[in-house]
Write a protein that binds this ligand. Structure first.
Ligand SMILES: C[S@@+](CC[C@H](N)C(=O)[O-])C[C@H]1O[C@@H](n2cnc3c(N)ncnc32)[C@H](O)[C@@H]1O
Length: 312
């Protein structure tokens, strides 16, 4: 489990938020706009055997991935998210792992690795280590897909809490501090190209992107993906067994911090400070939804739900 208090609070936030996530992000409705485009692009990925999905959440992408891969390993730190995902997808072809992605390590190779709306929760200071880890999960010739935001929505701007942080409200008014960072697309592409991927990026609109990185079959010896190729023999006699083995659930000690638990002031991650204004204590505020832009139906108010906002 990551020691950073904000990264822990981020997990606590999504654990509590799981039950309202689909409703407040608009993912409960049929896809349209950028989401429809992204799902269309995803369905064009060549059919494959085993997919890794990181930060799988309630399963909107997991469901689509079932049409692409035979087996899926879906990792998330929030057991509540995994439970909804499992209920929704209802497929024995999805293998769930409850793990903190900052400490989790892949223990096999995958044909496709996807993460949607996860990268923007990775602090810049941990981005390289995270991408190296992804490199250890894929073998040459396979594909990486990233769906995320390259720019903030209006609601994101309202929730911004200094530097890379955002203060997010739940429908019941509690607020949490999480990381929300809009990684520069050009730098991200450069970083992935430097890791041996051939990258194609689709800007779906002013905010969202679908990035596809193809790993060529032959990679530089300095490439982390190449290192993995040497340490795990894909064609070895044990490989079939390894493919069939369900993934281990790592790091199963979950924070039992309630939403109101006190946490220390967030430490600067990646050298970015919060400008001294941020208290990372989950708290009730008079009207946080109004302050941050309502992106959910408030309990009991009958107010109309607002489409996908800053809450991914
Ligand atoms: C914005 S949601 C995206 C969910 C899903 N991919 C989607 O697009 O609907 C971010 C997800 O990351 C998970 N998450 C947050 N911190 C995590 C961590 N340290 N390790 C693993 N998953 C984490 C949350 O539980 C949540 O499901």
């Amino acid at each position: 489990m990551s020691q950073d208090p904000v990264l822990q609070e981020q997990i606590a936030y999504y654990r509590v938020r799981a039950s309202e996530y689909d409703r407040t992000t608009g993912t409960a409705s049929p896809p349209k706009g950028w989401r429809k485009d992204a799902l269309g692009l995803l369905r064009q990925v060549e059919p494959c055997e085993w997919i890794l999905e990181l930060g799988c959440g309630t399963g909107q992408w997991t469901q689509a991935l079932l049409t692409v891969g035979q087996e899926i390993t879906a990792v998330d730190a929030a057991p509540e998210m995994l439970a909804i995902n499992e209920r929704k997808t209802g497929s024995g072809r999805v293998h769930y792992a409850c793990a903190d992605l900052f400490t989790w390590e892949p223990d096999r190779h995958y044909d496709v690795v996807l993460f949607a709306f996860w990268l923007s929760h990775v602090p810049p200071g941990l981005l390289d280590a995270f991408l190296d880890k992804v490199g250890r999960a894929i073998r040459p010739g396979v594909r990486l897909v990233i769906v995320d935001q390259h720019a903030p929505t209006d609601e994101d701007r309202l929730c911004a809490a200094g530097g890379i942080y955002a203060t997010r409200p739940l429908v019941d008014g509690r607020t949490f501090t999480i990381v929300k960072v809009f990684h520069d697309l050009t730098s991200l592409e450069r970083s992935l190209t430097g890791r041996g991927l051939v990258v194609t990026t689709h800007r779906l609109d002013d905010v969202f992107f679908f990035l596809s990185g193809q790993s060529p079959r032959s990679l530089s010896p300095h490439n982390p993906m190449r290192t993995l190729e040497r340490t795990i023999d894909d064609d070895g006699p044990d490989d079939r067994d390894r493919r069939r083995r369900p993934p281990r659930c790592r790091d199963a000690q979950w924070p039992h911090r309630g939403a109101g638990a006190d946490v220390a002031r967030p430490s600067p991650i990646g050298g970015v400070t919060d400008g001294g204004s941020l208290r990372s204590k989950a708290r009730r505020e008079s009207d946080p939804l109004k302050r941050c832009g309502a992106f959910g139906r408030r309990a009991g108010t009958g107010g109309s739900p607002v489409g996908p906002g800053p809450d991914r």
